[in-house]
Design a protein around this ligand. Structure first.
Ligand SMILES: C[S@@+](CC[C@H](N)C(=O)[O-])C[C@H]1O[C@@H](n2cnc3c(N)ncnc32)[C@H](O)[C@@H]1O
Length: 274
């Protein structure tokens, strides 16, 4: 397998051809319900969208030995949220899929996106599952240096307590050393739009996610040299990020145009190093 294999087709058919537990990470964003047709007449919504998604998500679970992560959103119409991300999670749970607590993809949403009487929609769920403990993870990959040194805010403790964060520098006689990096938490904040997607090519696709989101998921849950599959690869964001960080990838999209775009996106990364 090359660094990025690209396949045109319905991901359901392509995933069915792949071997069980042969992939390290599946990371993608499917077409959202009734958001756009993608020129392929995609109009599914409500439970029909959920059923369509469950069928494909289960194939992702089968092929992955690690994490499966789908970025999803429902729609708000007539002051009602369709709740399809929650319905998808409920149906997956009932089908026996082991969900992980979904991280939040946070970015500043489009004005009015929550409805005229509601808050702007600033986040999407990332529906995640694994078969158990992840065989490989680095949950400090996006970690930052700790904000508070021992004795600093927020606790202002004056006595040593085992397990305290901050507080006295001595814990049962030993000098407390703060970790080099703090766990970044499950809210992944990204800047989107206005040329901040990581590549101009991203804007040739209708609904790309940000490279920063892809980086967070790939660096945290796919080992170096491992394989990432994006079954709805669009402009190839996940594949480009995988390439930049020494991971292999397989991208699938039902449209030839997106496979061609992904090819250019990966080539752009190859160009970064030459
Ligand atoms: C939300 S976009 C993905 C965007 C991508 N994450 C990026 O950053 O550019 C969804 C993609 O799914 C593709 N698609 C729709 N139905 C599909 C199917 N059954 N199998 C594979 N791809 C499909 C669409 O052509 C579209 O490019």
């Amino acid at each position: 397998m090359g660094d990025a294999e690209l396949i045109v087709g319905d991901c359901l058919e392509v995933l069915r051809e792949m071997e069980t537990d042969s992939i390290d990470l599946v990371f993608c964003s499917p077409p959202y319900e009734a958001a756009r047709s993608y020129g392929i007449g995609f109009t599914l919504k409500s439970q029909e969208w959920v059923d369509w998604s469950v069928e494909r998500y289960l194939e992702c679970v089968r092929i992955s030995r690690g994490l499966v992560a789908w970025v999803v959103e429902g729609q708000t119409r007539q002051f009602r949220w369709s709740a399809t991300p929650a319905l998808l999670m409920a149906d997956l749970h009932r089908a026996g899929v082991k969900l992980r607590k979904p991280p939040i993809y946070k970015r500043v949403g489009i004005p009015g996106s929550g409805g005229p009487d509601w808050w702007r929609n600033d986040y999407e769920f990332v529906v995640c599952s694994s078969k158990g403990k992840l065989p490989w993870s680095n949950n400090l990959a996006m970690g930052k240096p700790c904000v508070y040194p021992p004795g600093g805010a927020p606790s202002h403790r004056t006595t040593a307590t085992r397990g305290s964060s901050g507080g006295d520098t001595r814990v049962q006689g030993a000098v407390y050393k703060p970790p080099a990096l703090a766990n970044p938490g499950n809210v992944i904040e990204c800047s989107v739009g206005g040329g901040r997607m990581g590549s101009k090519l991203a804007h040739l696709s209708e609904a790309p996610f940000s490279e920063k989101l892809a980086e967070a998921v790939i660096l945290s849950f796919c080992p170096p040299g491992g394989i990432v599959v994006d079954p709805f690869c669009g402009s190839g964001t996940a594949l480009a990020v995988a390439k930049r960080h020494g991971r292999k990838s397989i991208g699938i999209d039902i449209r030839e145009s997106q496979i061609e775009l992904s090819r250019r996106r990966v080539a752009e990364v190859i160009g970064e190093n030459t």
